[in-house]
Design a protein around this ligand. Structure first.
Ligand code: FAD
Length: 343
């Protein structure tokens, strides 16, 4: 085992490629986390009829590469994904099973844990080997407290949150992939994916991989210096900025709640954008808050935003109370118009 880590575990990493055969970033991050834990002990597996990921991860130091190959495993489907994961776990005799928390794995792995007599912990944000034991970190109570957990029961399955480890990088190579045969009777093929309905890329405002989180608060809809609200202009400025910067869009609760109260709102905002105690806790290197007061229940959701800046007219707003690295006391309409011009 490398780095002096004496972790007596057989680790299986489950990864699956995207529809185009590439590996999702979260898979490479999970591979980075597994490799850091113990390169030699990690085993890498992917699930697809296209094994193109093999060349890319070949040099990750895994002892074995197992694959479930076949057209019927290409699409996400509970029955076939669960059967494949179960077969991979049994073949590898893994004691620890890691997987990125993609929607595909998150959907099936709790059921698979049941089938293989294992235990599962989800939303894991860190893995460490401590005195020969595997230790996982996970947050509780809306990201306010974290716990470091160990378990005696095996197999122990853990799904890893995106953004918790640097993506694995290495030279291309070629790996010997052992095919794991999985019988798939008709009863397991009843569900088929007939198509995907998704908003166009530029309408999709939640972008977990973006470098910047841009947060809009209720101030965008409030009466401005001329005594009137300028919601249309606010929408243009926000969407213009998102288009040019490819930032992810977050919101305060007040702004998304306004729709329910029948007030003028920004049509592209929903509760899915809400950041905070009762909202999401996104992970981005930087965050820019505009027209948002920066109250504690909102700022709780900024826990994983490293560098924080805010634009607010009020020099005594919440951001000024040590919650932002930089506060621009300025009119966000003017600031964002200038920023968009420059972009
Ligand atoms: C149990 C509980 C859970 C909650 N959970 C959440 C949550 O998950 N997420 C969340 O966001 N909130 C949450 N809240 C609500 C939270 O406390 C705040 O009420 C909310 O975040 C306020 O939203 P806001 O800052 O957008 O609006 P406001 O408080 O109305 O602030 C608007 C800001 O815009 C500024 N502004 C106005 N015009 C301009 C301009 N032209 N340029 C610059 N600045 C301008 C004003 O100075 C003001 O600071 C929760 C509250 C409770 C009690």
């Amino acid at each position: 085992m490398d780095q002096g880590v004496n972790l007596m575990e057989r680790i299986l990493l489950l990864i699956h490629p995207e529809a185009d055969g590439s590996l999702p970033k979260s898979a490479l991050e999970a591979l980075g986390a597994a490799a850091a834990l113990s390169k030699e002990a990690s085993r890498s597996v992917w699930l697809s009829e296209r094994a193109t990921g093999g060349g890319f991860v070949a040099t990750c130091g895994a002892q074995r590469f197992l694959g479930v190959v076949g057209e019927q495993f290409a699409q996400a489907r509970y029955a076939s994904d669960a059967a494949a994961a179960e077969a991979l776990i049994k073949t590898s005799q893994a004691t620890v099973v890691l997987a990125p928390a993609t929607s595909r794995w998150s959907r099936v792995l709790a059921g698979v844990a049941q089938r293989v007599g294992g235990r599962i912990d989800t939303h894991v944000t860190a893995l460490e080997a401590e005195e020969g034991r595997l230790c996982a970190t996970r947050w509780y109570y809306r990201q306010r407290m974290f716990a470091r957990i160990t378990r005696g029961h095996r197999p122990w399955m853990l799904t890893l949150e995106p953004g918790i480890a640097p993506p694995w990088q290495g030279a291309a190579g070629s790996a010997q992939v052992e095919n794991v045969a999985v019988a798939l009777p008709d009863a397991m093929r009843r569900t088929t994916v007939s198509g995907v309905q998704a908003p166009a890329a530029d309408q999709q405002t939640i972008r977990p991989d973006a470098d910047l989180l841009f947060v809009a608060g209720a101030g965008w809809t409030k009466n401005q210096k001329d005594g009137k609200s300028h919601v249309d202009e606010a929408a243009k400025l926000i969407l213009g900025f998102l288009r040019a910067s490819k930032a992810s869009l977050g919101s305060s609760k007040s702004l998304v709640d306004l729709a329910g109260e029948g007030q003028a709102v920004l049509p592209f905002m929903s509760h899915l954008n809400q950041v905070g105690q009762t909202g999401a806790t996104p992970r981005h290197p930087k965050g820019l808050s505009t027209c948002c007061h920066g109250e504690e229940p909102h700022v709780v959701g900024w826990r994983f935003i490293s560098e924080r800046r805010a634009v607010n007219l009020d020099p005594n707003c919440g951001w000024a109370q040590g919650k932002a690295d930089v506060l621009y006391v300025a009119d966000a309409f003017e600031v964002m118009a200038k920023v968009n011009e420059r972009l």
